[in-house]
Design a protein around this ligand. Sequence first.
Ligand code: HEM
Length: 320
Amino acid sequence: MGQYSLGQRVILCGGCLALAYEYDCSCDLSYCFWQQLSELIIQAFRKAFIPGYSSLPTQGNRRMKAAAKESQAILRGIVDKRLRAREAGEAPSQDLLGTLLEYNLGQGKGNGMSIEDVMEECKLFCFAGQETTSVLLVWTMILLSQHQDWQERAREEVRLILDDKNNKPDIESLSHLKVMSMAFYEVLRLYPLVSLLRREVNKEVKLGNVTLPAGVKVYMPTALIHRDPELWGEDAREFKPERFREGISKATKNQVCYLPFGWGLRICIGQNFSLLEAKMAMSLILRKFSFELSPSYVHSPQIVMTTRPQFGAHLILHKL
Ligand code: HEM
């Protein structure tokens, strides 16, 4: 974001918003690494039903293979560095990679997690955790631009709860940001980033009057469930964070109809972390800037890996 000046339009695609905090990201949609990678993956999904398609030397397949090779080499380098440090007697690191490596080499040794498994887990966390939270922030900025009253309410709350904290939001104070939680829940209801949950039935199961044989694939259209007027009322399509005033179970009347993080055994492992991370980022943004949509913004949600604004989020930021 560094190349933009205030009052000028910025375009956020979502994929790199989180990285933009660390790097001088130009956020130009045509160059965004995450955008390109997501598009390649989704193209591969679409063709997955054609037998042998993934082995054909198409341009997309070649780029996918090159990206996979490159990310594997980068990860291998990081893992090898850690392994050398461990051999040299350094204390194991407490981060995710350190914990997984300990499991592979230390207490969990012999429990079936190879170095390759550790690397795959790292990739999973990177992909599952990076784009999701950043796209949540982007949709939140779009909706809070369209609903300035909620933007102001969220900012007031941030001022009230965080301003006496010496400018450093901590877990304790972030957990008191109720308006912001309501806004995030409502954003995730209207724009669930994972719009379709997929499952395969492994043994025959009866669901109400329907019998599902083993092998059947079941798709749960989260985006449609979240906007169903029978479940959410006639105002289901409207942005009304107040429906979450008394929490998710009250808003859903204890029905399983709110699934932004999935449900059951495979529910998102990072849900609390991501909301905390998003609160942290949004409270810093709200404190420093007000924002509105640029007239050039075109509302067009598009499913790539996650549900994103197809042409990016055209925003105008004003320093407070
Ligand atoms: C707003 C942010 C996020 C959303 C909306 C989200 C959504 C989801 C959903 C819907 C699933 C379940 C997929 C399924 O059932 O098929 C899932 C799984 C998962 N998520 Fe998230 N996620 C978010 C953030 C994160 C973060 C920050 C991390 C890691 C730090 C993460 C790690 C994972 C992992 C590892 C799984 C697979 C869990 C398993 O299969 O047991 N997610 N996520």
